[in-house]
Design a protein around this ligand. Structure first.
Ligand code: FES
Length: 102
């Protein structure tokens, strides 16, 4: 089963397989709009907010993503797994380095 993941501010989309993280699908699709670091839920640079769609998450460092943030729809792309098509926005603190024109 495959899902479409869209970064809404960029109109960039990737196709994400069940069990593949949002970050991994973007890397595989050569979309570099989500900052990438540890790929293990530890550093927090890949923080996103899910605007629409159901998803599951893996273990995430609570120092970089609080439970309150998670309740508000924030997540870490490397530990976010689509359960249906997703609309996301990039909110990680390195976002500024990626601008809006990539
Ligand atoms: S890349 Fe480090 S938490 Fe996602």
């Amino acid at each position: 089963m495959k899902f479409i993941v869209e970064i809404v501010e960029a109109g960039s989309t990737s196709t994400c397989s069940k069990g593949e993280s949002v970050l991994a699908s973007m890397v595989r699709s050569n979309i570099k709009r989500i900052p990438s670091g540890c790929h293990g839920g530890g550093c927090g640079v890949c923080k996103i907010r899910i605007l629409a769609g159901q998803y599951e998450t893996g273990k995430m460092n609570r120092n970089v993503l609080t439970i309150e943030e998670e309740r508000e729809g924030f997540s870490l792309a490397c530990k976010t797994f689509a359960e249906e098509d997703l609309e996301i926005t990039v909110v990680g603190h390195m976002k500024k380095f990626y601008g809006n024109n990539l």
